[in-house]
Ligand binder design. Structure first.
Ligand code: SF4
Length: 914
């Protein structure tokens, strides 16, 4: 960027060292340009007090054990100058986004830091951003290290009056009449093929399996002939078929022909955004896409403008929040849709400036005041809901679809007649979450806060039910009395400080007294006190006092539920008694309050009461109940009584599939791999609720076009003792080095991951390979995966979330190492399902599906090659059906697996001498 002198003069950089930390050594670039590699103790001494130039201050502070280290973090500057723009959170990632060079290795990154800062400040100096000037001044006053440099760059720019009040610049939502119901025109197979060909364009190679797949889905877009008899298609499409465009072809045709929406539901954020990208082919014009395609998530994902405004108003008493809120205000003014959990929000920002002042500004607890909110007509959530009502393709997630179907959600969205579930292999788990009930301290506290809002002595913005409803019930004495009665009864729910009270056996209300007994029973019965994930035990036989405490808690919850129900009815009654006088904004608000009372209070309370009643009688046969203490890092996080469906696809089939007219459930891994075709499909059907439907599903399969036998190798290592973590770590080290990075290490337990990480890190550091690890690095999983994807030779360690979220085409992922066979954890819930579903065969099926899913991450493109290694000599042959037919599987010693990995991935490299 060529800059005039007057602009160049305003770009000043801090006279501080630039620092990049490795696992072992830290690279230190002095202001004079001298590069040194320092041992940790020396690095700490040299860096302390310098406010160095870094990328991701928190990760550096963690590595160097310098908590609270003050830094000039280029990520913060990037978030200020280019809000709502994606960048991988590394110096290399930022340099790439800014179009700057970055030489290989850590030295290249250290040198790039100053160039990144200079480029960002130059962009500021080049423009005349009045909002940036106002916000920058406030952030400088709050002590933001970049503050003086931003002020210098913006010198002469008059500050704006808007500043932090980003909501003022957002466009108003346009209102429309509700759309008419969708039609019932079918989509023919030939039409679907032609639409797919149009989407692909002339330049694309024809992919017959993709066209066959698109055609095979059309039964789901045919009209339904009988109520509660939906047309369901289960479609397995191997990796590389081009599933997304394959289903968008018939879905978009159906939406056009019938003036109705099709919802595409996914499990992972990653896929949602991938689909969003593919929708560009369907709607190449940006304005058309904005109208016809919408990403729809639960309200807890979006920034609430009222929360932001209230946080900004509190700045005079909490001035240090100005840095985080300044960055949030910049993002709010620039974001496409206000989505805090994906889209254009920098996922790494909460790691830098805190979750409370970033993600904590979402409407996480359903405290919306709807049309009483001054920002209602600019609200991101309302905008997404309205847009989804008029869109042709709505991309949602399994959790939202299931909650919407089962409880009606917080808004008046009606699920469409056509649904496509991508990542269908996650339907079972999503249903398990959506249809379960947890009477726990954390859930009880959440409900108490929703009802009572901020209680005395707590610094919180929480808006209670009184504040949300009182103007709606003024003058209605019965409603006012019901509200008062409910709020008094809510004090029997767990409140702030329950951790301490339960730890000291001095519970505070009826529900805490019950949870105190739960805790006592779990500790009395468990045999696994050291379990880091959680402790659990059966309900029966109960310890003394558990059933009695449960009975009293049920009575307290009934005393809460009854007045809430009355309040809801009184509020709803206004819709009839004042039908002629109510303005539409109040009407909308009444409906919204009634819905959220139902979803957030009445339904969970009914579930909890039923669970407590079962303590004295019996658990209904379709459920499994247990008591549990959830833990993380050896600390108790939550305590409660849990109820899950033994088969959660039953309520899923009833609430989600049956009311629809057509449903596609698709994935690369739907069927099992026993070799018995019929049994394998039966698993796919059972995991997706088909046996609970009145009509069978259509089965479709499109094989992967990849040549797996040529592109992949599987090694099962027979001489590494999986319980000896030193051996396991040594195996990881040798394999990762043989691959030269590009390796993903998957673990069945966090403790194993951490133990291996500690032993592995120095060797990889020495080899110049970046090592990233979930549960170790202070970065979100999505950020870790972004870095892994961007760096061709990085290594990543992770557990289930990484396995599910990794979609890394190309060389960046060429080796997967699993620490042992991923058998299911032997929980009470698993035991109940195992008993109901075939015992050992059920374990095998779950494990095969996990392995199949993990293997599927390896090859994402036709030219990818990859090696899959399992460090478990006890891997039974009956699980080998997890891998595609004819893939060479070798049971070998570690040395052979290492040589095989090196030879397969680097065929031209000379063999290792030792
Ligand atoms: S309408 Fe509700 S969610 Fe939207 S900004 Fe206002 S309070 Fe927040």
């Amino acid at each position: 960027m060529a800059l005039p002198d007057c602009v160049r003069d305003r770009i000043k950089l801090p006279d501080v060292p630039a620092v990049v930390a490795g696992t072992r050594l830290t690279l230190f670039l002095s202001p004079d340009g001298e590069l040194e590699e320092l041992e940790p103790a020396t690095a700490r001494r040299r860096i302390a007090g310098t406010a160095p130039l870094v990328c991701h201050a928190r990760a550096l502070a963690r590595r160097l054990e310098l908590p609270g280290l003050r830094c000039h973090d280029v990520l913060e500057l990037f978030a200020f100058v280019r809000p709502a723009q994606f960048a991988v959170p590394t110096a290399r990632g930022l340099a790439e986004t800014l179009g700057l060079d970055c030489s290989p290795g850590r030295a290249g990154e250290a040198l790039a830091l100053a160039h990144i800062a200079a480029r960002l400040l130059a962009e500021l100096a080049h423009g005349s951003d009045a909002e940036a000037a106002t916000i920058g001044n406030a952030m400088a006053a709050a002590g933001w290290p970049w503050g003086p440099y931003v002020q210098a760059a913006l010198q002469g720019v008059a500050p704006s009056a808007r500043g932090f009040a980003a909501w003022r610049g957002l466009p108003e939502i346009s209102e429309h009449a509700p759309p008419p119901p969708a039609g019932h025109q079918a989509v023919e197979q030939d039409e679907a093929r032609r639409r797919l060909a149009d989407l692909l364009g002339d330049a694309s190679e024809p992919r017959p399996s993709q066209a066959d797949y698109a055609a095979a889905l059309t039964p789901a877009f045919a009209p339904r002939d009988r109520e509660d008899h939906p047309n369901v298609v289960l479609a397995e499409a191997g990796t590389g078929v081009g599933k997304t465009l394959g289903y968008l072809a018939p879905a978009s045709l159906w939406a056009e022909k019938n003036d109705g929406p099709v919802w595409v539901s996914t499990y992972t954020r990653n896929l949602q955004h991938q689909i969003d990208g593919e929708l560009d082919r369907l709607f190449p014009a940006h304005e058309v896409k904005a109208l016809k395609a919408v990403l729809r998530k639960g309200r807890e994902n979006y920034l609430c403008l009222l929360n932001l405004e209230e946080a900004v108003q509190a700045l005079p008493s909490q001035p240090s929040n100005a840095i985080a809120l300044g960055l949030m205000a910049r993002w709010t003014a620039a974001t496409r849709d206000g989505d805090l959990t994906g889209g254009d929000f920098p996922g790494w920002l909460p790691e830098l400036v805190g979750r409370q002042r970033t993600l904590g500004l979402a409407d996480r607890r359903g405290e919306c005041v709807y049309s009483a909110c001054p920002h209602y007509h600019r609200c991101f959530i309302e905008r997404s809901i309205r847009r989804a009502k008029r869109a042709e393709i709505v991309v949602a997630n399994h959790a939202l679809v299931m909650v919407q179907a089962a409880l009606g959600g917080d808004d008046d969205t009606v699920l469409p007649t056509r649904l496509v579930f991508d990542e269908g292999h996650h339907v079972f788990d999503a249903a398990d979450n959506a249809f379960s009930a947890h009477l726990s301290a954390a859930e009880g506290e959440e409900l108490r806060r929703w009802l009572l809002g901020a209680e005395a002595g707590r610094a919180s913005r929480a808006r209670g039910l009184k504040r949300r409803t009182e103007d709606l019930i003024t003058g209605d004495e019965r409603a006012v009395a019901a509200l008062a009665e409910a709020l008094a009864a809510a004090r029997e729910l767990p409140g702030d400080g329950w951790h301490t009270r339960l730890g000291e056996a001095r519970p505070g209300g009826a529900v805490e007294r019950f949870l105190d007994k739960v805790r006592a029973q779990v500790y009395a019965r468990t045999t696994r006190h050291q379990d880091v994930y959680g402790l659990e035990t059966e309900l029966r036989p109960p310890i003394d006092g558990l059933v009695e405490a449960g009975g009293l808690a049920a009575t307290a919850l009934r005393r809460l539920r009854a007045p809430l129900d009355r309040l809801r009815q009184r509020v709803l009654a206004r819709l009839e008694t004042e039908a002629e006088d109510l303005d539409s904004a109040t009407r909308v608000r009444i409906e919204a309050i009634a819905r959220s009372l139902n979803r957030r209070a009445l339904v969970p309370l009914a579930g909890w009461i039923a669970m407590l009643d079962a303590l004295a009688t019996a658990t209904p046969p379709e459920f499994v109940d247990w008591l549990e203490i959830e833990r993380a890092d050896g600390r108790d996080l939550d305590i409660g009584m849990y109820r899950h469906w033994i088969d959660p696809t039953r309520p899923f089939a009833q609430a989600v599939i049956e009311p629809a007219h057509g449903v596609v459930i698709t994935s690369a891994t739907l069927t099992d791999g026993t070799g018995d075709e019929e049994a394998d499909w039966a698993v796919a059907e059972g995991r997706n609720g088909v046996p609970h439907l009145a009509v069978p599903a259509v089965r479709a399969r499109a094989p992967s076009p990849f040549d797996y036998p040529a592109q992949t190798r599987v090694f099962i290592v027979t001489d590494v003792r999986k319980d000896d973590l030193a051996q396991v770590a040594a195996a990881y080290r040798a394999l990762f080095l043989a691959a030269g990075g590009g390796a993903l290490g998957l673990f069945t337990a966090i403790s194993r991951l951490r133990a291996v990480h500690g032993r592995l890190a120095p060797a990889l550091d020495e080899a110049g390979l970046k090592l990233l690890a979930q549960h170790v690095d202070p970065l979100e999983t999505a950020s870790l995966i972004d870095i892994f994807r961007a760096e061709e030779d990085a290594c990543l360690l992770g557990t289930d979330a990484v396995r599910d979220g990794v979609d890394v085409p190309g060389r960046s992922l060429r080796l997967i190492v699993f620490d042992r066979v991923p058998w299911p954890r032997p929980t009470i819930l698993h035991r109940a399902r195992r008993k109901a579903s075939g015992g050992k065969l059920y374990d095998d099926m779950l494990t095969r599906l996990k392995l199949k899913q993990a293997f599927g991450r390896l090859v994402r493109r036709a030219d990818d090659v990859g090696v899959f290694v399992l460090l478990d000599p006890m891997m039974p042959s009956r699980l080998l059906g997890a891998f595609p037919p004819d893939v060479p599987v070798a049971r070998v010693g570690l040395a052979e697996a290492v040589a095989g990995t090196r030879g397969f991935l680097h065929p031209d490299a000379p063999p290792e001498s030792n």
